[in-house]
Design a protein around this ligand. Structure first.
Ligand SMILES: Cc1cc2nc3c(=O)[nH]c(=O)nc-3n(C[C@H](O)[C@H](O)[C@H](O)COP(=O)(O)OP(=O)(O)OC[C@H]3O[C@@H](n4cnc5c(N)ncnc54)[C@H](O)[C@@H]3O)c2cc1C
Ligand SMILES: NC(=O)c1ccc[n+]([C@@H]2O[C@H](COP(=O)([O-])OP(=O)(O)OC[C@H]3O[C@@H](n4cnc5c(N)ncnc54)[C@H](OP(=O)(O)O)[C@@H]3O)[C@@H](O)[C@H]2O)c1
Length: 264
C-alpha cells in the first residue's frame, strides 16, 4: 500500500468550515502536461470493513476525482480545491492531511471538460456551484491575457460567503482585466453585514438581460459558450433552461454552446 503513495502534500489551506485547498506534488520529476479543466484521481488508504461479513477491518486505497485548479506546468505542483463532505468516505481523511503527508495521485490527468474546440472569439460563461469553480480557475490562470476568449465570466454559487474560495484572486483579476467578469452569488447568507452582493442560485444569472447588464455580453449560443460544473441538480436544471433558449451540447461536428462536468 505504501508503495502506491506517489505524491506529497506541500501545503493545506482551510478556506471555510467545508472548503479547503491542497497543494500536492507528484514524485515524478516531470509530471505530464494537462489541459486546464482536466482532473486527477487522488486517494489515501482508508480502513473499511471486509465485504465477507467477518467484521475484519482492511486498509483500502480510496480514490476520488479532483479537478486541477493550478495551471499546467506550475512548479508548485497541483492545486486541488475540495469540499469536506459530511459522512463522505474520502474527504474527511483528505481534510486531515498536512504538509509532508503522502497520498496517491493518478499519473495521467483525464477528462474532456476543457476549452478544446472553442474558437477564441467566443464569450465564455463559466457556471459553478461549490468547488466546481476549480477547473475555471485553472483555465483563467493558464490563458488570461492570451486572447483565448473574447470575454470570460465566472458565475460562482455557494451557500455561505466564506465558501467563496478564490474570491480575492478573482476580484483582483476582474479589476485588472476588462475581459474578465466575476459574479459570485450566495444562497444562505442572512446577515447583510457579511454579504450585500448577489443572493440566490446561479440560474438567476442565466438570463440574457442580466448577462447584458452585468457582463456586457450577448447571451446567445451563436456567440457564447456556457460551461456548467459541480452539483448535478444545478447542471440538470441549468441545462433544461439553456436548451429551451437554443443552447445544445457541443459535439465534435458542431458547437452548440454547452458543456458540463458533474461532480456526483
Ligand atoms: C470529474 C470529477 C471531478 C471532481 N472534482 C472535484 C473537485 O475539484 N473538488 C471536489 O470537492 N470534488 C470534486 N469531485 C467530487 C469528488 O470526486 C468526490 O465525489 C467528493 O470529494 C466526495 O468524496 P467522498 O468520498 O468524501 O464522498 P462520498 O462518500 O463518495 O459521498 C458522495 C456524496 O458527496 C457529495 N459530494 C460529492 N462531491 C461534492 C462536492 N464537490 N461538493 C459538495 N458535495 C459533494 C454528494 O452528495 C455525493 O453524493 C469531482 C468529481 C468528478 C466526477
Ligand atoms: N457549505 C456549508 O455551509 C455546509 C454546511 C454543512 C455541511 N456542508 C456539506 O458540505 C458539502 C459541500 O456543500 P457545498 O455547499 O459546497 O455544495 P452544494 O450543496 O452543492 O451547494 C453549493 C451551492 O449550490 C447551490 N445549489 C444546490 N442545488 C442547486 C440546484 N439544483 N440548482 C442551483 N444551485 C443549487 C446551493 O444552493 P442552496 O443553498 O439553495 O442549496 C449553494 O448555493 C456537502 O456535502 C454539505 O453536506 C456544507
Amino acid at each position: 500500500m505504501e508503495s502506491e503513495l506517489n505524491a506529497t502534500v506541500l501545503a493545506r489551506e482551510l478556506v471555510s468550515e467545508t472548503v479547503f485547498l491542497l497543494r500536492v506534488k507528484p514524485d515524478e520529476s516531470d509530471p505530464p502536461r494537462f489541459l486546464p479543466g482536466q482532473f486527477v484521481q487522488a486517494g489515501v488508504p482508508i480502513q473499511t470493513l471486509a465485504k465477507d461479513g467477518s467484521g475484519v477491518m482492511r486498509l483500502r486505497l480510496q480514490k476520488r476525482s479532483y479537478s486541477l485548479a493550478s495551471a499546467p506546468g506550475d512548479p508548485k505542483g497541483y492545486e486541488l480545491c475540495l469540499a469536506l463532505v459530511d459522512q463522505g468516505r474520502l474527504t474527511p481523511a483528505l481534510h486531515k492531511l498536512e504538509a509532508g503527508a503522502r497520498l496517491y495521485l493518478d499519473t495521467r490527468p483525464l477528462g474532456r471538460f476543457t476549452l478544446e474546440g472553442l474558437p477564441p472569439e467566443r464569450d465564455l460563461v463559466l457556471v459553478a456551484t461549490g468547488t466546481g469553480v476549480a477547473p475555471y480557475v485553472a483555465m483563467r490562470r493558464a490563458y488570461a491575457g492570451k486572447s483565448r476568449w473574447r470575454r470570460m465570466v465566472i458565475v460562482h454559487g455557494v451557500r455561505q460567503v466564506a465558501d467563496l474560495v478564490y474570491r480575492k484572486e478573482l476580484e483582483e483579476a476582474a479589476r485588472k482585466d476588462p475581459a474578465f467578469v466575476y459574479l459570485p452569488i450566495v444562497s444562505r447568507e442572512k446577515d447583510p453585514a457579511r454579504w450585500s452582493g448577489l443572493a440566490g442560485r446561479v440560474h438567476q444569472m442565466l438570463e440574457a438581460k442580466r448577462m447584458k447588464e452585468l457582463a456586457q455580453l450577448e447571451f446567445t449560443p451563436k456567440s457564447a459558450s456556457v460551461l456548467l460544473c459541480g452539483n448535478p441538480a444545478m447542471i440538470d436544471e441549468a441545462r433544461t433552461l439553456l436548451e429551451s433558449r437554443g443552447f445544445a451540447l457541443d459535439t465534435p461536428e458542431r458547437i452548440g454552446g454547452l458543456r458540463f462536468e458533474r461532480y456526483w
